[in-house]
Write a protein that binds this ligand. Structure first.
Ligand SMILES: Nc1ncnc2c1ncn2[C@@H]1O[C@H](COP(=O)(O)OP(=O)(O)OP(=O)(O)O)[C@@H](O)[C@H]1O
Length: 365
């Protein structure tokens, strides 16, 4: 079931105070997994709570929320038929895992409530799906954080919601468990084909898990796109900076070169002050300068763990250190060590106008 928001806004407190959410239009397709990503205070949770019916949107403008063809704008949370998972596991402490998952089914009104045999079968099926069948008789306190979170998911899915809403579902867990649960949620989503919206402030989580990401700041939607498109073609500077590490090169362009202290980079740009932004993988490191680039730097730290080697670099002519991610082959070829002098060679850079829109397409240096 798809979700359609039209002109949804939110002001907390008296009218006239700044809006937590500016009027927003958003369409989520049936079966889509959408991440709401943004810094603290950008309005992610407010938007999710309005979709859930836990928060009332402003009356002015008179926005609407549709689930499929059903207008749910005035429908109570209990009648919206959604599942929730929140960061702080709100499991019932005095109930076993089995009873926690069964809870929503057992409190349904007579007539809608499945028989006790059906409830038992459905709970066992859900526990099997979240791989916790053998923990059915345990209490929440006897489970790890990740296991508790899986129980929360099973409980949310027990009523077979068509929409699942998750607020920082893995926020309190350690990095490895987070990653496992992420992959597992993605599989579950694909298998059961419900529509999911989740809130996160973690770029990697949003990019890895979502079909599309909604990037928010200051109560506004900055961009909505598939992860690859978002990364490749950020709509503005905010999105570019929020999605990953950024190296800055500020200088003065004259006679086809940008200079900054002893540093020099050949560019085809208008004369005057310019700022270029580069991702850590968009530059290579060399033992000597080239005709196109003379960017001398000193290695301040090397982290050779994982698929790539992270190299931190500093220079007198730079206001902030740079980060380069290079392959293990280059790492060995250059024998990269702390204190070593190397030269950065940009392969690609980005430039944004003052108001944040892309000033040029990302170009090759
Ligand atoms: N109950 C409330 N009363 C008053 N202001 C609120 C309330 N809830 C949120 N706000 C304000 O609304 C804005 C958006 O908050 P919201 O919680 O939606 O942001 P968020 O992006 O989810 O942030 P976080 O990642 O920190 O949870 C913030 O400025 C916040 O201070």
């Amino acid at each position: 079931m798809g979700i359609r928001l039209s002109q949804i806004a939110k002001t907390y407190g008296r009218p006239g105070t700044p809006r937590a959410l500016e009027p927003i239009d958003l369409e989520i397709a049936s079966g889509e997994l959408v991440g709401l990503l943004g810094p603290s205070g950008s309005g992610k949770t407010t938007l999710l709570r309005i979709i859930a019916g836990l928060e009332q949107a402003d009356r002015d403008p008179a926005g609407t929320i549709h689930f499929g063809s059903r207008d749910v704008t005035e429908v109570h949370v209990r009648d919206r038929r959604i599942g929730f998972v929140f960061q702080h596991y709100a499991l019932f402490k005095h109930m076993t895992v089995f009873d926690n998952v069964a809870f929503g089914l057992t409190v349904q009104p007579r007539g809608q409530r499945p028989s006790s045999g059906e409830i038992r079968a459905r709970v066992h099926q859900l526990l099997e799906m979240v791989q916790l069948e053998r923990f059915a008789q345990r209490y929440p306190a006897e489970l790890s954080g990740g296991q508790q979170q899986r129980v929360s998911l099973a409980r949310a899915l027990a009523l077979r919601p068509e929409v699942l809403l998750l607020d920082e579902p893995f926020g309190a867990l350690d990095a490895k468990v987070r990653q496992d649960l992420r992959r597992w949620l993605r599989h579950l989503h694909d298998e059961l084909n419900f529509t999911s919206v989740f809130v996160t402030h973690d770029q990697e989580e949003a990019l890895e898990l979502s079909d599309r990401v909604v990037v928010m700041s200051d109560g506004r939607i900055e961009q909505i796109d598939a992860p690859a498109a978002l990364y490749r073609a950020p709509a503005n500077r905010f999105v570019f900076e929020f999605l990953g590490d950024v190296n800055r090169l500020e200088g003065e362009v004259r006679d086809g070169a940008l200079t900054c202290g002893e540093a020099r980079l050949a560019v085809d740009l208008p004369e005057g002050p310019q700022e270029l932004l580069l991702r850590p993988h968009e530059l290579s490191l060399e033992a000597a300068p080239s005709a196109a680039a003379h960017l001398p730097m000193t290695v301040t730290a090397v982290v050779p763990v994982g698929a790539e080697v992270r190299v931190e670099l500093a220079a007198d002519w730079l206001a902030e250190p740079w980060l380069a991610t290079i392959g293990h082959g280059d790492f060995e070829r250059l024998d990269v060590r702390r204190g070593q002098r190397l030269y950065a060679l940009p392969q690609r850079w980005h430039r944004f106008a003052a108001e944040g829109r892309p000033a040029t397409q990302p170009s090759l240096a």
